[in-house]
Design a binder for this molecule. Structure first.
Ligand SMILES: Nc1ncnc2c1ncn2[C@@H]1O[C@H](COP(=O)(O)O)[C@@H](OP(=O)(O)O)[C@H]1O
Ligand SMILES: [Mg+2]
Ligand SMILES: [Mg+2]
Ligand SMILES: [Mg+2]
Length: 357
């Protein structure tokens, strides 16, 4: 008898790996006019669009009736009067076709829409594939959520980013696959091999595999450490999480080590394998709402590695509200044993901040 979600896991790993080979290749060749600024002022590159196209083509072929909540859409690419838009479209077509046509690994199946035997997809088919990600989310039923490049700012700096795909059923995350092409296999080993993929299935645990050697799956667990040795993990971008609040929380916990700053869900991956202990993401107070694709896979990876993920009030993240997590109360993730102390430190930090107002 095969384990639950065995096929979904294989397809998701294939899709994420193909997207990772695309994003790694693009980074070195990215030229200035290949980045757009979205309506919310955040950047998006040809790599984000083509990675979403590749993953959605594969999901549509393997699971044709599954809806997808994806970060990107093709609206900005369909402007026929804008020459930049035409350049981006042809680059995306080229990149996505290249990644889809890569040779099949021994466990991959041509019926997932991949491998050299499939014809080239047209620009129109690929833009439509990007827009398969337009599902609005739902409390009931099965859906995928995709962040083709989480941490686009990290990607542009040549630092951390993650290709993140998760399967949700009835608001619960069942499977998470995250590809981190720039993450060292061993924490801090900048000179050593980089490129990891992290996989979690509900009830089956979390694992890390080198992108270069996929058969070598290592189960990962959050270690238990004394409070005095804990390190916090947070965003590089101060606009994404209040560094003054996270500083107060760390202080209330008695943590003296500087925070480990890293872009993307690589923070959840680092926490799950013990390279950092407490992921703090505190609202900056500008009315931003968190998106489900920024947390679905990472949160399952942490819980399956023995941790707890909640908002800053201790409430579980709700993946059934639609494309967002609703009103933003931040995210707190850590090992089970320290989580109550972290919530207490959050209350203390908040009380101090309200006194200061
Ligand atoms: N004001 C804000 N507060 C919190 N998160 C924000 C934000 N503006 C953008 N983000 C999200 O932060 C993500 C990156 O997270 P991190 O800071 O942990 O690297 C972005 O993902 P993308 O890079 O996929 O757009 C984006 O969705
Ligand atoms: Mg983005
Ligand atoms: Mg993101
Ligand atoms: Mg993104």
């Amino acid at each position: 008898m095969s384990l639950a979600f065995a096929l979904e896991k294989q397809v998701a790993i294939s899709a994420v790996l193909r997207a990772c080979s695309l994003t790694s290749a693009v980074f070195n060749k990215l030229v200035k006019n290949e980045t757009l600024v979205k309506g919310d002022k955040s950047p998006v590159t040809v790599a984000d669009y083509s990675a979403q196209a590749v993953i959605n083509v594969i999901l549509a072929q393997a699971f044709p009736s599954d809806p997808i909540v994806g970060e990107e859409d093709s609206a900005d690419l369909r402007n026929d009067s804008d020459p930049t838009s035409a350049t981006l479209r042809s680059r995306i077509t080229e990149l996505a076709n290249e990644a889809l046509a890569l040779p099949l690994r021994d466990w991959e199946k041509a019926e997932w829409g991949i491998g050299p035997t499939h014809g080239q997809r047209t620009t129109s088919q690929l833009l439509d594939a990007i827009d398969r990600g337009n599902f609005s989310g739902a409390r009931k039923g099965r859906m995928w959520t995709l962040d083709p490049i989480d941490g686009t700012k990290g990607f542009l700096r040549g630092e951390q980013y993650a290709v993140c795909l998760a399967l949700i059923e009835d608001s619960e995350v069942k499977l998470g696959v995250m590809g981190c092409p720039n993450l060292p296999l061993k924490a801090g080993d900048e000179a050593g091999e980089k490129g990891c993929i992290f996989v979690a299935v509900e009830g089956q645990g979390s694992e890390q595999r080198p992108i270069s050697s996929l058969q070598d799956a290592t189960p990962i667990h959050i270690p238990t450490r004394p409070l005095s040795e804990l390190r916090t993990l947070e965003s590089v971008e101060a606009a994404h999480s209040s560094q003054s609040t996270t500083g107060r929380i760390a202080q209330a916990l008695g943590i003296t080590a500087a925070p480990v700053r890293m872009d993307s869900q690589a923070k959840y991956c680092s926490l799950a394998r013990g390279d950092g202990d407490i992921y703090l993401r505190m609202p900056t107070g500008v009315g931003y709402v968190e998106k489900i694709w920024d947390h679905a896979g990472g949160s399952l990876l942490v819980t399956e590695a023995g941790g707890v993920v909640s908002d800053s009030r201790g409430q579980p993240l709700d993946f059934g509200l639609g494309r967002t997590l609703g009103e933003n109360f931040g995210v707190i993730a850590s090992g089970k044993d320290v989580h109550p102390s972290v919530l207490e430190a959050v209350r203390k930090a908040r009380a101090e901040e309200s006194q200061k107002l």
